[in-house]
Structure formats: C-alpha cells, structure tokens
Design a protein around this ligand. Structure first.
Ligand code: NAD
Ligand code: DAU
Length: 352
C-alpha cells in the first residue's frame, strides 16, 4: 500500500510547527509535506529538529496563488490536508484587512478547489481538515460558552475572514461531497509564538524592562490552551473526527488579561531574580483595540466525550514551561524581533 501523503499548511508558524513535529515523529508511515509562504510569522527555525526526517518535506508556496496550489496537488497527489496557514493577528487585520481576505478566504478556496480536482474520482480515505478559531462565534457578554452549534457572529476583520473560510469548507462538503472536518480552538500559548501576541510580547518586554501595553482596562477574558495540547487535539480530530463535523477545542481556562499578566509578571520576577512586584510596575494602560471582543469561552465537552481528548497541562505548569522556553531561546526571540518587527512595534504601540 502506498504511503499516506499529508499536506500541512502553515507548518512553519506557531501552531503548525507543533502539529508538523507531532505528525512527523508519530506517523513515520506518512509523508508529511509542510507548505508555507514563510511570511513574517513563518520561521523554519521552529521545526529545525525534524528537517532531516525522511518522511518530512518542505514546500515554499503561497496558497493565494491558485496555479501553484493546483500544480502541487497534481504533482504530489496529497491524500489529506491539515490547513493552518493564515494571517492570524487581530491587530494586523484591523490595519490591513485585505491580506486576511486573500490568505484566509481566497487561499482556503484555492486549496478546496485543488483538492476537489485532485480527488474528483475517489474521495475514499481523503480528508480536508480546516483549523479555525473560537473568534468566529463573536463575543460573550452574558456568561455561557461557545458550542459547536453557536451561531457565527464574527466581529473583527480577522474573525470575519476565518468565518468565511469555515463557511466555504462546509459548503464544499455539502455541494461537492469533499470529506471535511473542522475545529475551532481558543487562545493558544507556548513555545514559538511570534511576539506580537500577548504572552510572548509581554515575556520579551519584561525581560527588556519595557512597558507592558494593556489594552483598555485589561478586563477582556480569553480561554488559554497550551499549544502542544492543541496539536494533540488536531491529531485526534484528524484521525477520529466524524466527516462533516466540527469540534470545539479549549482549556476551560479563562483569565482576564490583567490577571493573566500578573501571573506572567510574578513568574518572570522569580525567573529573573527580581523583587516580587517589580515586573508589574511595567503595566501601562493604552488605548483599547478597536471593536475588542470582551470574552471568549469554549465548551470543549464534545471533543472530550466523543474523541477522548483532554488538556494535559495545568495553566501554571504551562506558563512555567513557556517562560522557560523563551528564556532559553533568546536567540530565537532576538532573531524574530530583528528587522521589520521594530517598525511594526513602533506603529502599533508608540501612538497608543
Ligand atoms: P501564525 O501566524 O503563527 O502562523 C501562520 C503560518 O501561515 C505562518 O507560518 C505563515 O508563514 C503561513 N502563511 C501565512 N500566509 C500564507 C500564505 N498565503 N500561504 C502559505 N502560508 C502562509 O498562526 P498560528 O497562531 O500558528 O495559527 C495557525 C492557525 O490556527 C490559523 O489558521 C489560526 O486562525 C488558527 N488558530 C490560532 C489560534 C491561536 O491562538 N494562535 C487559536 C485558534 C486557531
Ligand atoms: O481565540 C483564538 C485567537 O486567539 C486566535 O484565533 C488568534 O489567531 C490569536 O491571535 C488570538 O487572538 P487574540 O486577539 O485573543 O490574541 P492576542 O494575543 O492578540 O490578545 C490577547 C488579549 O490580550 C486580547 O484581549 C488583546 C489583549 N492585548 C493584546 C496585545 C498584543 C493587550 O492587552 N495588549 C497587547 O499588546
């Protein structure tokens, strides 16, 4: 029997790199193709440890280029797709929504079209797995949780683009019978996250004694999950998920931004040998994010009951591991904060 060819898109990014590592190491009987454009968020250093594995192949490509995507499907005849490539930062979507329309919507439809053409005669054992976000459900104001059946109500250009891509994936399943599965996950944290996102940004700023820019009053609530647990969940959904279904993934781990930042500050004080309370002094309240969603909270009961997945780490342990990783990988942080990062940072924060 021929080896299963699995295309993972966005595998040089934060979550994708953890998924690639897990699949390459665990499924040596598969050939794993990591397709990534290597935008500012993509970094091959994230997956150096698997780059010489015989079942790993890297393809530098842009999912917005339909010809390129079609040619790759024709050449490699992929059996399955785990689609993570995306523009993923809400703040960037506010300043440049069109990038999000192109990559998140057009890029996803290009992949669906290529899969449809490639699999037209035989969809047996084929799978298009679309990785999405809890932000498509909008913002919770009156308690409760996001269920798989919650109506979509995206509020930012980022979440609107992800919602549109989710709809296209379901529409291709309904119309063309492409075998699909989707998951919508809450906020991830852990090693290799680009420091435009809250936790790595604040770890880096604390290390460098720079202000910690808290949007608004810091009262927004997010549900945090360690990235390796998300990768484990993706593995379960990929192998055991019901075709056509959606699985919500989350940690049942809600924190206001302010409380979360205080946990990070305390752990960093300890790590850096600073006096207790010193890092907290860096907290600076800045202008709120436009249209800032108040609260996200995932009900992850379906994946827990049906697929037997559950988070493996308590939050305090996950934060410890995360901080240790960033402190031990300062070269990685210095490299990704070189060049254009400073321009981004100045534009995003100096005028706030
Ligand atoms: P990321 O920004 O760290 O990585 C995205 C990757 O996609 C990068 O490697 C980038 O180079 C690649 N990419 C971007 N545009 C591309 C294009 N046009 N063609 C090919 N590759 C391209 O993102 P992430 O945080 O790892 O998120 C991965 C996926 O998971 C996204 O679809 C995101 O919506 C979803 N998600 C993220 C979170 C989170 O907390 N980070 C939570 C839930 C879901
Ligand atoms: O919920 C899942 C989503 O989580 C993913 O789909 C997105 O790809 C991912 O980026 C993340 O979105 P958020 O907007 O929640 O993450 P971010 O790290 O940007 O912000 C987390 C919270 O912290 C949010 O309420 C905004 C706030 N924040 C963020 C930054 C960067 C600050 O207060 N200050 C900051 O400097």
């Amino acid at each position: 029997m021929s080896r299963r060819k699995v295309l993972i898109t966005g595998g040089a990014g934060f979550i994708g790199s953890h998924v690639v590592r897990l699949f390459v190491n665990k499924y040596t009987e598969y050939d794993i193709y990591n397709l990534d454009k290597l935008t500012y968020a993509g970094n091959l250093e994230n997956i150096l440890d698997v780059e010489n594995a015989t079942n790993y192949h890297f393809i530098k490509a842009d999912i917005v280029d339909a010809n390129e995507v079609n040619n790759l499907f024709e050449k490699y005849q992929f059996d399955a797709v785990v689609h993570l490539a995306a523009e993923s930062h809400v703040d960037r979507s506010i300043s440049n929504p069109m990038e999000f329309v192109m990559t998140n919507i057009v890029g996803t439809v290009n992949l669906l079209n290529a899969a449809k053409t490639c699999w037209k005669n035989d969809t047996k054992d084929k799978l298009f797995y679309h990785v999405s976000t809890d932000e498509v459900y909008g913002s919770l104001h009156d308690g409760g949780f996001f269920l798989e059946t919650t109506s979509y109500d995206p509020q930012s250009p980022y979440s609107a683009s992800k919602a549109a891509s989710d709809h296209f994936v379901r529409a291709y399943h309904n119309t063309y019978k492409i075998p699909v599965v989707l998951s919508n996950c809450s906020n991830n944290y852990g090693p290799n996250q680009f420091p435009e996102k809250l936790i790595p940004l604040f770890i880096n700023n604390i290390r460098n004694n720079k202000p910690l820019p808290v949007y608004g009053k810091g009262e927004n609530v997010r549900d945090w999950l360690y990235v390796v647990d998300h990768a484990r969940a993706i593995d379960e959904v990929f192998h055991k998920g019901k075709i056509g279904d959606t699985y919500n993934i989350g940690g049942f781990n809600e924190w206001t931004n302010l409380d979360l930042i205080k946990v990070v500050c305390k752990a960093m004080d300890k790590k850096l040998g600073r006096e207790v309370g010193e890092s907290e002094k860096l907290i600076t309240y800045v202008t709120d994010r436009a249209g800032h969603d108040l609260r996200y909270a995932i009900d992850a009961n379906k994946i827990m009951k049906e697929l037997g997945w559950e988070p493996s780490l308590q939050f305090e342990e996950g934060i410890e591991k995360t901080i240790d990783w960033y402190m031990e990988n300062q070269k990685w942080m210095d490299e990704v904060t070189n060049g254009d990062y400073q321009k981004y940072y100045d534009k995003m924060y100096l005028k706030r």
